[in-house]
Each structure stands twice: as C-alpha cells, then as structure tokens.
Ligand binder design. Sequence first.
Ligand code: 2AM
Ligand code: CA
Length: 265
Amino acid sequence: MIHYEELCIKTCEIARQAGAFIRQEAGGFSAQKVEVKGLHNFVSYVDKYSEKLIVEQLRLLLPESGFIAEEGTAGCRGERFNWVIDPLDGTTNFIHGLPPYAVSIGLTDNGRPVVGVVYEVTLNECFYAWQGGGAYLNGKQIRVSDRPAVKDALIATGFPYCDYHLMRPYIDCLEYFLRHSHGVRRLGSAAVDLACVACGRFEAFYEYGLHPWDVAGGALILLEAGGKVSDFAGGSNYISGKQIIAANDSLFNEFSEIIQQYLQP
Ligand code: 2AM
Ligand code: CA
C-alpha cells in the first residue's frame, strides 16, 4: 500500500538535502563553471550533482518508479510511478547569484500528479502537497488568496527565452496586465511562481515554453491549495503542453479569458 503523505514527507527531506548542497555551492560559484546547453540555457555541476543525489534517494524510496529529470540522469520511464524532477529550477538566477531558485519534485501515479515538493533554497521554504491532503509551507497549511479580480491581482510570468513564436501576443498580453492589475513580477523560477500563487503571494501566473519538470511539483501544490490550473486553451495539458495558466479559484475565469484572447486567438 502506497501512502502519498509518507512519500511526500520523505521527498521533502530529499529536496532539503539537495537544497543544502546547492546553498553550500552558491558561495564559491563562478561563471567559469557554467556550460551552455542551448540558446539561453545553462547548466553546471551543481544542477547535475543535485539531480544525481535526488535520483539515487528517490530510487531507494520507490524502487519501481521511473524518472523524467531535466539533466537526463535517470532516463527510463516507470509503468505506474514517475518522478518529474528539476534539480535546480532558476539556474539562470543561481549562476548570477540572484534569488529565488528551487528544487522541484513531482510524482505521478498512472499519469496523475500525487506528490509535489518545491524547496526554495535561499529562503529555506519547503512547499509540499500530496493528493487529497492539502498544501503546506514549512509545516503550515497554505491556501490561495481570495482576491476575486484581476484589477486587484499581483501577477507572475516568465519571459520567453528561446521559443519566440508567441512573442508579439505575449508582449500585448503583458501590456494589458501592466495596465489593469497591481503589477507583474518575473521571478525566474516557474516552480517558485506556482508555489507563490499557492500561498497567496501572487494571485496568478502564466508562461509558455516550459517543461514538465518546471511545473509538475508546483501545479499539484497549487491545486491542493485551492487554486486552478490549465493550458492556454483551458484544457488539462499543462504539464507536457509547454503552456500554463494558474490562479486562485475566484479570478481564474477572468484571468484565463484574458490570456485566451491574446495567446489562443
Ligand atoms: P530552469 O532555471 O530550470 O532552466 C523561467 O522562465 C522558467 O523557465 C524557469 O522555471 C526556468 O527553469 C525555465 N527555463 C527553461 N529553460 C530556460 C532557459 N533557457 N532560460 C531561462 N529559463 C529557462
Ligand atoms: Ca526548470
């Protein structure tokens, strides 16, 4: 019998261990240690070692599981369980010495997200949730905010960094939110953006060009905190679909209609 709560608590310990390694390396990190993976896409031994550490421990926790991990350490897919791992979300922030950056881990059971952990390293904040059990930040239950309108919302987004095909409508949509909300922030870690919607710091978040490991952990935390999440068309393909809309439940409809108007014409 698999207990999601127990798995979640153990996953938090693993994320905290990886986070401690990242924090330790942050002090002596220099630009010479960065490799370029693709356009504006960077990696270092810190991302790779963090992933190795996480994969080794998760394999012991659930031996039959598979892995979908950003740095590709663990290649194979599991039949029932799969861990979806970003060993360092916010790599660009990390290499510039700028917060936030996080470890993000999600677990799917037959494709359904059942455990989510986002550990933000610089503030020592561990956000976590398991299916049906609510969402938590360092032991305290969290909920999305109850601000019901975009005009009163603080909105998070990520700027396109290599897929520019929606650049024009993205900028127009951004302008709409700049004119019609409390403001827009770009933190540089999608996992942290989702966690911040879950605990009510942001009302909403949208971004395109993301990968499953950027969003798998944070999306479950948001859902368990009472939020809503979809792809740009309003469908449920937000983990692999490279597009995500996330918001508190009361302004989700207004927010997603605006995004659909610009980004899903
Ligand atoms: P990463 O730091 O793990 O790469 C910020 O917009 C979000 O996009 C982050 O979650 C970041 O995850 C992700 N992202 C993926 N590839 C990126 C890239 N080439 N440049 C910047 N952010 C990237
Ligand atoms: Ca990432």
